[in-house]
Design a protein around this ligand. Sequence first.
Ligand SMILES: [Zn+2]
Length: 874
Amino acid sequence: MLQLRLLKPNASIMNKFIALLIPAFLMLYACQQAEQISIEPGVSIDLAKQRFNDISHIKYQLELTIPDSIEGKIEGKSIISLHKKSIKTPLIFDFVSSPQKIKEVLVNDNKAFYSLENEHLVIPPRFLKKGENEIEISYILGDEALHRNDQYLYSLFVPAKARTTIPCFDQPDLKASITYVISMPQQLTAITNGQQEYMEEISHNRKLVRYASSHPISTYLWAFTVGAYQKITQKRNGREISIYHMEKDSAQILRNTPAIFDQVFHSINWLEDYTEVDFPFSKYDLVCIPSFQFAGMEHPGAIYYRSDLLFLSKKPTQQQLLRRAQLLAHETAHMWFGDLVTMKWFSGVWQKEVFANFMADKIVEEQFPQLNHQLTFLTNHFPASYSVDRSRGANPIQQRLTNLKDAGSMYGNIIYHKAPIMMHQLEHLTGKEQLRNGLSQYLKKYSYGNATWTHLIEILNDFSEYDLQLWSNTWIHETGRPIIRFHFEDDQLVIKQQPEYGDTSKIWAQRIKYCRINDSKETNEEVELLSAKTSIEEVLQKPEYILPTINESGYGLFLMDKNSLTYATMHINSWDDELTRGAMLIQLYENFLHGEIAPSAYLNMLQTIVVNEHNEQVLNLACSQLIDVFWRFTTQSTRLKYAKKMEETLLKRFSISKISSIQKLLFNTWTQIVTSHTGLQKLKQVIEKAEIYNFTLSDRDLSQAVLHLALKDETIDQHFVISFANQLKNEEIKNKLLFVSPVFSPNETDLDRFVENLQYKENRKKENWVLTALSFLHHPYRNEHSLKYVEQALELTSSIQQTGDIFFPIGWLNNTLGGYGSFEAMEIIDYFFKDNPGYPDDLKRKILQSADMVKRSHLIKEKYLHPYLQTPNL
Ligand SMILES: [Zn+2]
């Protein structure tokens, strides 16, 4: 257990402290008296508070008519019953609509007047009464959050997009049950939050289906999808689970369904045991959507998954298998954490994500006993968290949010990856069993309701001798990470920490491990860092080398001295323990990105890892660093020098490897870095034969290979991509390749037109296709021709945030700026900020997060190419 001496202060100080920390909006909730509220676009916090106090006991019935052609308009009728406290205030629905789309509004069976104001439908008080009211609204559904394809459509309302489709109170703390009644073409199947209850044929080609009312859930969890779904059902111990899918490859379905069912049933049982709370909803259905833009989304009763993440191709890598298990466990954990107990406001969205990840890590640990889960935790969370936290755009775990229209910007690596690291430390601090107990109480106390982090900490504080609120303050409310250095001064070892940027008083209280080496003898130690300077008096001899974080704890940039860095890069392959090798590789990369190691030396070290490393997770980490360093930290002229040797190393390791998942990893790395003439010739042959050294490649692997060949081989262009795509059976991969193909046109006007078209939101509907296209358009191999498109991409970011899904803005920026590392690119970003002085803070942070590597790439190349020039600090 972590022994931090954060003992609780006396009660009166503590109470004052907690009072200060209670989020301001909670206090405002209590004294909210205002009866008139200004109506602004989105869902403002003031409106949310007013409604929370005024309305309750909400139930929705949603009647939909899906037209014969899935592209057509959907007619809807919402019947909403609710209890209203005040007769003086209007009833304000969130609804982005237009007068032409609203047919009729009835209140308590009488026709009522209403107004449409700034994305709201407002019913004046004179039509309403105190107590029970029933409102019936007939309208055409809005399209923004309805995703359509040739054969299917699905709603996706997270974080606050239900209001763009349906009139509702789109805030997470007004939970309500929803009942769907759907009229649809006979051959289609609909899946909703509720169980199918009743079906009737209403004409020769149409049917009407009614679904059971859901439990009380927040509006962002509503879901309905209609399509030509196939259904596979399994029943175990009285529990029935169905997978709905549209996969065509029957062998692929057969191969994957047993593992999917096993993992879902196991996750549910595990969570029931851990939480002591039964599965909280009436059904668990998996809906596999081919073009789903996220990995998964936790709608109770209709959990969406991206099809290809569950239905894996032959010979999946260990990473793919692990990722699938983590995804299934993550979404299942949300049934308790997020769906049963929900954050009160979207600034607390990280809570549901941190619990889902935390539970998923534990669940998967049992499913993959052969893996080193400390290493998985380390490789999953630390690099991703550092990727944001090392930038000047880093955000704290808990962010400010005044309007739900901006809720999408809450998401990112900090909530998904830094929060689990914080949670891991919390478990050390409270003890495993105490934390489990606290979480169980928390779920029971706030079932089908809402809770904040403060509510949980109040419960956990009873189990702990430490002041958890004080401890979590830096971790949750502050940005960034510490820089930690080891010194030997005044005959003792001293460890100093300071924030990487800004306020120097911040301390990340934590326990770290390090290793000191004298005369080739390694001594491993653990130490608590509770202040800016920690002295270790027992160490009397100056260590020759000091290596940090020899395990999965210890968060920050551990800057090593020159000798220790050289020692670590020389010995990276010689430590027996894979966790040590993984931890060291992560810290070496952070030192590299700080400019402490030359790119050529780092590439040489990575090459030795490719030759020697047998642990797939460490090898995977090395390969992803290899791709980054190769493309971003070398110049066009020096790159070819490394390419040939690197390609040969990867292929040689591939040819002697017996493990298919490692071969797959090596093949994918090779296709990404191959640039030499002979390498490209080989890649072409591999694509023609669809195999390499008797290893048969899947359509997905081949399609990636085709894109990389089209990028680098000047003898081929977009027609090569198009003809390859047209041979594919898998419609999703085929259409994606066809969408991306114009990027490979040698004709500049084709590229201009492609980029021009991205201005229009209808051309950005398939977000993962757009991201793939951008990654090739701005690829370092060709980006001197694409630099001119960067400015427009930056300008579009705010429209991307308004019209796209939650991960799209950062994906858009990463895939655009990801190719650059030049002074010119840095200048474009600087000018963009100068030209837009009032740019929204959340988006500015996102740009700074992506721009961080542009700057590092430029400065590190400068430093090692022109060592005689003064390079500014990183
Ligand atoms: Zn999640």
